[in-house]
Design a protein around this ligand. Structure first.
Ligand code: ADP
Ligand code: MG
Length: 699
């Protein structure tokens, strides 16, 4: 046991009551936990704000000046003391609601003070409640001149003296006690290789930085370490999976693959598709189970890669399951595959919740007897009664709709787990992919098929609506179809439905029957009605589809050339990009029109600008991460995986890459962390595994 394991209760100035509170409010139980409770920002104590430049948006700031009038207003308990504070630019008010009796006699006129606090705005004036006040002393100021840490805290903690200042005091006491006991855990060589400062120094500097440069070095070191242990776990899991999960070996490239390649492949594969197929092929013959994530922007041509992978499995005597999240998508995949496989002896069938009993019975029979080679469908495939003769490859489209438990069900469908290919059209920034899917191999299709016309994206406000209607009519006259999407952020949101229905009615008025047909789909419709309406659009009977985001995932109507998104400011970037990807699939020029109100928040404006500027899904994903932070990204909300202590997934990509490289290096030379130079890492890693949830997703 190390000194760092000591309960925080025993730190001078804490005691049992505060210890309990620290644990409850911030999850800090021992010295180590407190030490790893990092400041979230720093105040530059060498700089002073000018009174006339302060805004209520400023966080903690520092001003230098003298006191003017001091007045006491109101009566106890609503009594307050207001002191005017003057610098050479203007004045603000300092306000106290408590302790007035003690503070008032200490206030001196004609004395230069340094004041520190959080500005507010009230009655047209800037004020600062309960500021820190210290007499200015040029010499002392010079010695102290530094970055002051700011810790986030809670109301309850502040009430017991553990505001940011209070936590700072505890950190100081703690560091003096434990400084010498902070162990180095990386080897000399690792420190050198990555230019890392010592661990001890890093902890000291992160709490009490001597200079911005040292702070930067300290943060780098601690972020590296944080990423390093996460990667260590992910890569170890991946190695263990590879060693343990024997994979079926598909070493034949046979008749079906070759036949398809010669006679049925409708186009030349893009370079990216070829590369990815090679990666998959090499996995499939490696002897280990494949766990591969295939990322490719909408329209990048993942389907053909999936099919050709399936043919590799079939040529080796195995069956394939292709799973999609909805019945409509499964249907489309099924029809798409049949078209691609026309004239070939490959038996494909569809299984969804809509499959009729008699048909299903037959299908299940064929499956178990090995008569069926590809089964396409929804979650229905996961049911226990669906038994394969010999499933060798499972392909999951649109990854985020399937959970870990569901993937586990697929694993159990054969004596050894089948190979897994998980496809997603939601580009995930590299950092996030490495953190969330660090135990998967990742392939990327980063190239669109040739000859695509880039979708033109236009931002319009309500004033431009008539013009938009005009353009819609022109496109329809050319034979094109149009999507019109309304936000439905919350299924239970009545207002959203009202907007949708109002929108639908106004569209029907502007595009009257029988000249025009308008279809509508939304989440409250019965599945059968939804399918019926959707099919009217898919078959080209309806020219306009009014919809909520139920169409977000995957539908393919190449003839649709316009995507209109209403209240676009309410959608996140990734979602806008997904919606936009519904058009631009045919040879025609396509358009995406973003409709918003006149008043947009800065962030809303930013999002529209980004959408207009770029069609690149990865760039958009990076911007999304930057604007919203990782916690809000699709599928990561509930994961709790992203509670990093100091590293930032949006900004620290390079550190992550470095840490991952180091983790791979370490595990390659010493998979069990048994070498003496890895003893520090080993100890810390075991601690990490105890504290952290499992980061790996598929297993
Ligand atoms: P996604 O990656 O979104 O699933 P799809 O597989 O549906 O994309 O492909 C989108 C469209 O591009 C389809 O119509 C498909 O036939 C076409 N396509 C795919 N690959 C190529 C290629 N190499 N050359 C030309 N067209 C292609
Ligand atoms: Mg697709």
């Amino acid at each position: 046991m190390s000194l760092l394991d000591t309960s925080v209760e025993f730190l001078k100035g804490v005691g049992p009551k505060r210890a309990e509170l620290l644990n409850k409010e911030l999850g800090i139980s021992n010295y180590r936990g407190l030490l790893e409770y990092f400041p979230f920002r720093y105040v530059d104590k060498t700089k002073y704000h000018k009174c006339n430049e302060i805004t209520p948006e400023d966080a903690l700031i520092q001003v230098k000046g003298k006191l003017g009038k001091v007045e006491i207003a109101g009566r106890s308990p609503k009594q307050r003391m207001v002191a005017e504070f003057i610098d050479n630019s203007g004045t603000i008010d300092l306000i106290w609601f408590k302790g007035i009796r003690f503070i008032k006699p200490t206030l001196k006129p004609n004395t230069e003070y340094v004041v520190f606090g959080k500005p507010n705005f009230f009655n047209g004036r800037i004020n600062m409640p309960h500021p820190d006040l210290a007499e200015f002393n040029a010499e002392e100021q010079m010695l102290n001149a530094k970055l002051q840490p700011v810790y986030s805290t809670t109301e309850k903690l502040s009430g017991r003296g553990m505001n940011s200042k209070g936590i700072e005091r505890l950190q100081k006491t703690l560091l003096i006690d434990v400084f010498k006991e902070i162990p180095e855990i990386l080897s000399e060589e690792q420190l050198k290789r990555w230019h890392l400062i010592s661990r001890r120094k890093a902890f000291k500097e992160v709490h009490f930085p001597e200079s911005p440069e040292l702070l930067q070095k300290a943060r780098f070191r601690l972020k590296f370490e944080e990423f390093f242990f996460i990667q260590l776990q992910l890569i170890r899991t991946q190695m263990a999976n590879k060693a343990k999960a024997k994979g079926f070996v598909f070493d034949q490239i046979g008749e079906k693959f070759n036949g398809f390649f010669k006679h049925n492949l409708p186009f030349e594969l893009t370079g990216a598709q070829k590369r990815v197929l090679k990666e998959i092929r090499s996995d499939l013959r490696s002897g280990s189970q494949m766990n591969r994530l295939l990322q490719g922007d909408v329209g990048s041509g993942k389907t053909i890669v999936a099919l050709m992978s399936a043919l590799m499995a079939i040529d080796n005597g195995f069956q394939v399951a292709l799973l999609a999240p909805t019945a409509i998508l499964s249907q489309q995949h099924y029809e798409g595959l049949k078209e691609l496989l026309v004239g070939m002896p490959v038996r494909v069938k569809l299984l969804t919740g809509n499959t009729k009993t008699k048909e299903r019975k037959e299908l299940l029979q064929d499956l178990v007897e090995g008569e069926l080679e590809i089964i396409v469908g929804t979650h229905a495939i996961l049911e226990d009664r669906v038994v394969f003769k010999n499933m060798g490859l499972a392909i999951i489209d649109e990854q985020h709709r399937f959970g870990v438990a569901q993937r586990a069900k697929l694993w159990a469908k054969n004596t050894s787990p089948p190979h897994m290919l998980v496809m997603t059209a939601t580009p995930i920034p590299r950092t996030l992919a490495m953190t969330l899917y660090g135990d998967l191999d990742v392939s990327v299709i980063d190239e669109l098929p040739p000859g695509r016309k880039a979708i033109k994206t236009i931002h319009k406000t309500d004033a431009g609506r008539l013009a938009v209607f005009g353009s819609m009519k022109k496109e329809i006259a050319k034979g094109r179809q149009i999507y019109l999407v309304y936000p439905l952020i919350n299924e239970s949101e009545q207002l959203d439905y009202k907007d949708l229905m109002d929108g639908y009615e106004s569209i029907v008025r502007a595009f009257p029957n029988p000249e025009y047909q308008v279809a509508i789909v939304h989440g409250k419709m019965k599945p059968a009605d939804k399918d019926y309406e959707m099919n009217r659009f898919v078959k080209g009977e309806a020219q306009i589809l009014v919809a909520t985001t139920v169409i977000e995932v995957g539908v393919n109507v190449p003839n649709a050339s316009v995507m209109i998104i209403e209240s676009a400011e309410r959608f996140g970037l990734s979602q806008l990009h997904q919606l936009r990807g519904r058009v631009g699939r045919g040879a025609e020029q396509s358009y995406c029109i973003l409709m918003t109100g006149n008043k947009l928040s800065n962030e809303g404006k930013k999002r529209m600008e980004i959408m207009v500027r770029t069609n690149d899904g990865f760039e958009i994903a990076e911007e999304d991460l930057r604007l919203r932070g990782p916690g809000d990204l699709m599928g990561t909300q509930q994961s709790g995986l992203l509670d990093l202590k100091i590293a930032d997934l949006a900004k620290d990509n390079q550190i992550l890459v470095a840490a991952r490289e180091e983790a791979i290096k370490v595990l390659n030379t010493d998979p069990n962390l048994a070498l003496p130079e890895h003893s520090g890492i080993n100890l810390q890693f075991r601690r990490f595994l105890k504290e952290r949830p499992n980061w790996s997703r598929i297993s």
